[in-house]
Design a protein around this ligand. Structure first.
Ligand code: NAP
Length: 378
């Protein structure tokens, strides 16, 4: 039984209950792990799921799924493995399946191409799976939670309404677009304390954000591409939804104004964002620094297995954060903030950085699934 800070566990031999503050009760009781499927397992995000779930204490990879092009062949044969860790032999030998629901897994982690994710996710939710998705298709629907566990875990409250409205046995929970993740993580605590009125954000996004093989080298080497299809609209709408509130059975977006400009740059991993914000109540850079540096949320309180100790890390050097040096902070699960200073047009400006395929995608979905398990929703 999960409590806020630990687990009450009943020893089956003695029938005595005891409290542990270790977040891994399976260590004590040899509890079996929850079987999961990865949809889009061959893609950039799918591979990150495979790497992050290979040794997960609560979840076990039971199925790898992709398009008909890959189905029926071994994962090792069809994947162009780009992760800096060795692909486990057991995983490499698994046969890739087509994306069909109803198998022997409770959770379906989705890293599918958005062109096909919508209907496939709905079919999996209807069949009773918990779909934990990276894709944009359902993110903005008012009865679908768009969750960052540190900021809006209460948005999971719309799940019963979603199941009822759609007559699904399962449900869909989404995580944000990668750039939105780092922006919302930095803005969330500020919005709550000082009230956001206006946000300007300009991104410099890594090539891995475009999937594999992604942007042709001819286009990106020595270059900046000032357009990423659909990205500005996603950042503007998703940030307001995440920082919005649950009213009855739906989520109502926050009311601040936000303008995003997005660029693709020749960086392998890590999205950098330059942000200026206007606040309802005045704040000094020092107050913002202390607020973000000390910020912790529910995943830290519950000690969820993938939770970073510090969801936001504030850097003080004048030339940090930088993707090459900082993107793997806390295994790629933290948002880095630097150069917090006054803005001559709005109030405060700063620079953000985060790992787009870890905290911006697969790692975010896994943390969402851990929260679902902790809240006994799996
Ligand atoms: P990707 O590398 O292009 O991978 C796409 C995956 O979808 C592959 O596994 C592919 O399988 C599968 N797929 C394509 N068509 C299919 C079909 N008709 N039926 C079943 N499976 C099909 O893309 P990605 O970068 O990993 O992105 C995946 C999703 O995550 C997208 O919705 C993207 O917007 C989102 N996302 C990406 C990032 C990032 O940083 N990359 C961050 C946040 C969110 P095959 O190999 O068999 O073709």
């Amino acid at each position: 039984m999960m409590m806020d800070d630990g687990w009450w566990i009943c020893d089956p031999r003695s029938a005595i209950w005891f409290l542990t503050f270790d977040s891994r009760p399976e260590k004590f009781l040899g509890m079996s792990k929850i079987p999961v499927a990865i949809l889009g397992a061959t893609g950039a995000v799918g591979q990150q799921f495979v790497a992050l779930l290979a040794d997960h204490p609560w979840f076990e990879i039971a199925a790898l799924m992709a398009s008909e092009r890959s189905a029926g062949r071994s994962y090792g044969e069809v994947v162009t493995w780009k992760q800096p860790v060795t692909l486990a032999r057991r995983i490499a030998a698994m046969t890739v399946r087509p994306c069909q629901p109803g198998g022997d897994f409770a959770v379906a982690f989705c890293g599918l191409d958005a062109a096909v994710a919508g209907e496939i996710e709905e079919a999996f939710a209807a069949a009773g799976h918990a779909v934990v998705s990276n894709s944009r298709n359902h993110r903005l629907e008012p009865d679908v939670p768009l969750v960052i566990p540190e900021l809006n875990p209460d948005h999971l409250r719309v799940i019963p309404g979603q199941k009822k409205n759609r007559r699904w046995k399962g449900f869909i929970v989404t995580n944000s677009n990668c750039s939105t993740m780092f922006l919302a993580m930095a803005l969330g605590p500020i919005h709550r304390r000082f009230g956001l009125e206006k946000v300007f954000v300009t991104t410099m996004q890594a090539i891995s954000g475009a999937g594999y093989p992604g942007v042709p080298s001819w286009d990106i080497l020595g270059n900046v591409i000032p357009f990423i299809a659909g990205e500005e609209e996603k950042i503007e709408a998703e940030t307001r939804k995440i920082l919005g509130s649950v009213e009855k059975t739906v989520i109502v977006p926050a009311a601040f104004a936000i303008s995003a400009q997005t660029n693709r740059v020749a960086v392998e991993n890590g999205h950098t964002e330059c942000v200026s914000i206007g606040l309802r109540n005045r704040a000094t850079p020092d107050q913002i620094h202390r607020l973000l540096g000390g910020f912790k949320g529910v995943p830290q309180k519950l000690k969820l297995p993938s939770a970073p100790l510090h969801p936001v890390i504030v850097r003080c050097e004048r030339d940090r954060p930088q993707p090459r040096m900082d993107v793997m902070a806390e295994k790629g699960m933290s948002t880095l903030v630097g150069r917090i200073r006054p803005c001559p047009i709005l109030d405060i400006r700063m620079v953000l950085l985060g790992h787009n395929t870890i905290r911006g995608a697969a790692g975010a979905a896994i943390l969402n699934a851990e929260l679902l398990k902790a809240r006994q929703l799996l």
